[in-house]
Write a protein that binds this ligand. Sequence first.
Ligand code: ADP
Ligand code: MG
Length: 277
Amino acid sequence: SAAAATDLEKLQVLGHGNGGTVYKVRQKRSGVAYALKVVHGDSDPTVRRQIFREMEILRRTDSPYIVHCHGILDESCGDIAILMEYMDAGTLDSLLKTNGTLSETSLSNIARQVLNGLTYLHTHKIIHRDIKPSNLLVNHNMEVKISDFGVSKIMYRTLDPCNSYVGTCAYMSPERFDPDSHGGNYNGYAGDIWSLGLTMLELYMGHFPLMPPGQRPDWATLMCAICFGEPPSLPEGVSEEFRSFIECCLQKDSTKRWTASQLLSHPFVCSDAKSQK
Ligand code: ADP
Ligand code: MG
């Protein structure tokens, strides 16, 4: 199988995360490049739990919009590693930093792919819970894939509350801070849509939309902005479709927020709706 550790050569570090390291590796036999996410045997239980959760989700998913897992390496030394397809253009976060802000056309293309991925996940009862630019991978064909399932949740029961403070709090939706305020209609899936809305705004504006440019987010300011402020919106000069799309994602009331499959037919992402005009 692809997952023979002895046949892999480490080329470089692609990213460091909470307890794990992602390497670019090459399979010596075939010359094919992969990404290898490694968690060491002596790392703390939270980190190990996260990699097991990620393994479980990657094993269950099979979609062109979700990063593909080629195998799991379970080393005798206790190290665990996930062998994934290598996404050669990095993340949307690195793309923003190297190429600058993205146009509406590229964002429409990105949004459509992420929404296809989210529709797939939500249909399979998986909530990602950490959608943000650095967890969306890109390749040279501008294919965008969702990755990093360390804090995701599989909903075994429909009404499972999903209110734990996991993920990056900056991208968390208002109802995740106060699930009770939503009258039992708390819908964990809608949190991923909020995070997508913030992600799209950030890629257009070039900075995290809930804080002024250059200011480092602190938890209290952020929580106030998310829960008590107006949802952030686009500056002047964008198309009506884009403005409306962001509004549909950033409804503070999670029951009014559009679902991933509804957003797939929004005019901003739906080329049929666009070309009919
Ligand atoms: P963490 O939980 O540590 O955030 P991630 O899975 O998000 O782990 O990986 C950390 C970083 O490694 C990513 O932000 C990205 O830069 C890089 N990376 C992860 N997976 C891949 C991949 N399949 N191809 C290319 N780069 C990747
Ligand atoms: Mg990550």
